[in-house]
Design a protein around this ligand. Sequence first.
Ligand code: BGC
Length: 675
Amino acid sequence: MKYDLTKLTIDEKISLLVGANSMTTSDANGKVRPVQMCDGPLGLRTGPKHPATPKTVDPTTGETIPVSPVAMPATNVLANTWDPTLTFSLAAAIADDCLDHQRDLLLAPGVNIKRTPVCGRNFEYFSEDPFLTGTLARAYIQGVQSKGVGTSLKHFCANNAEYDRQAISSEVDERTLREIYLTPFEIALEAKPWTVMCSYNRVGGIYASENPWTLKEILRDEFGFDGIIISDWGATHNATLAAKATLDLTMPYQKEHLDNLRAAYSAGILTEEEINERAQKVLLLSEKAAAPKHSPTTTPKERHEIAVKAAKAGIVLLKNEDGILPLQKNKIFVCGKNALLGAPTGGGSSAVWTTFKPTPLHQLLQEKLGSDAFVSYLPCHDRGAIGSAILNAPAVYKAAYGADVTLLCVGNDGKLEFEGGDREYLRLPKVYEDLIDTTAKYTKNLVVLVYAGSAIDMSAWIDKVKGVVFVGFAGEGANEALAALLTGEANFSGKLSETFPLDLNDTPVGAMKGNNGFVERYLEGVFVGYRHYDEQAKEVLFPFGHGLSYSQFVYSDLTVEKTGKLAYEVSYTVTNLSSVDGEEISEVYVRDVFASVSRPPKELKGYSKDLIKAGESKRIHIPLNARSFAFYSVALKKWTVENGDFEILVGPSSRILPLQTKLKIEDAPHPYSEP
Ligand code: BGC
């Protein structure tokens, strides 16, 4: 259906520029179909009390309950899969939940770069690397929109911590902004999200919601975004300035914004033409939402299976000394409420309300290991009271002493990692560090399962334990995924999408929050994440891209073939030497050896995740293009490749790169030529 703007009065057109309530656009006096939005990105966030939430009967209790959406693994776990295809199907499954719940638009994905591991929303974001973030977000958008449900690529831009997020001004030099913080948006925009959501903060002193440079010049004119720009919820300060900067829709409803727009129109500050331009975009959104809906192609059960599959692929085996995993059939002691209740999630607008009740991990392990094994369980704290003392401490230590392997399920939850605040520490809560420390005195065979939304400093205890599994906030499928991975029924294949530093003070930002009142200066420039640790030659706990497997992979035969102007194909072979089938994520980095600006020692420019059967090899091909070699020249105002030497580095993690070769670029355009 097509709406005719001329059929609307000026006041109806103005009404379209502000939401009708918290999650719905205006209907302009019944003339326009309102758009129903809903939060993501971890699943569909629908309130059990929302009138549009369909109901079902719980077979166990006979009670009428809301149809439960699936709680997918959080984005930190999804990113650890390094798998765009899986990301697409996870996102498409969330879109099926949207279709079941009559939602037109999912407010996801978030592509803010993890500049600091303590950012409270890191669990909602992908990575410290712009290429990995952008390519996965592009697949996420394609997945949701393949079902006729819209997305909102958020939060644009330079919102990389929660501290004072409503007021802080991010002062980022332009090269850094382009190379690190805008690149994920640029890549994700290739999937044509219906909307982009601006962030709360100011960028260079001007609110992101009313910033003509970032919204109009960069997002619209340069990146060619012709969809709808939405404010983050409450991020609009002056609706007229926002409209002039090409922000189309202020969310949620607030009368003061309508009054502001009406007054600006009456005073001739905002012209009818300007209002028409914005209102036309909101009509376009309604038209998209009104298009005939797809039917869901997955059942709720299949969506749950995708949640399990993604958790399996995104949970990372960080340490596995003496092959403590997979578990053999013997006495296993599982400790910690997460084993009972499943993975927690972070707090804030992305938390999914699901009625799913997981089967306890110890029960699943018992089923898989069979009657030769004996799996016991004890809680170690009350869920929601992470700071509390260990429950039954003597019983816990006694059980660990008597067991062959002890699995401690510890970590953070939504009270420690949440929207609106940042973590104070990189370490686990002290009560858990003490638990690990004391338990390690009673057993040598300790495996720690860490549940968190971002990096954890494990240096206080890592040497005392044999195994570490980073579960992350792995969603409702966590227990099933863990049971399969820990017993070897499935193989680990996740790798870290962010560096785990040794100490908060090693990170580029450290414990600093705001450098000068309301200003956050991005002093580290492009040296974010592994770019920083590499540049400083700093040891880390676990590098970007690290993750173990039960298989053993070797890399060989690197070749680079020129395929066109500034285009190459990197090829190499990965062989699985073990007797276990496994998936391997291989990583391709590019290093500009001599550049006229200071560049990171290397940058991720390609990756591949491949199933390689026991004893088999696979030849992998990765394309590189001009952008793989370029930096953003502020002087020339464009992406620039310089002729000269580059190195191509390939391997299983950012710090293990067994294959290396050189190439000389000779066909870069003259710097003063047209782009
Ligand atoms: C968050 C957004 C979210 C919105 C709507 C805001 O507080 O920053 O990510 O989509 O609320 O719930």
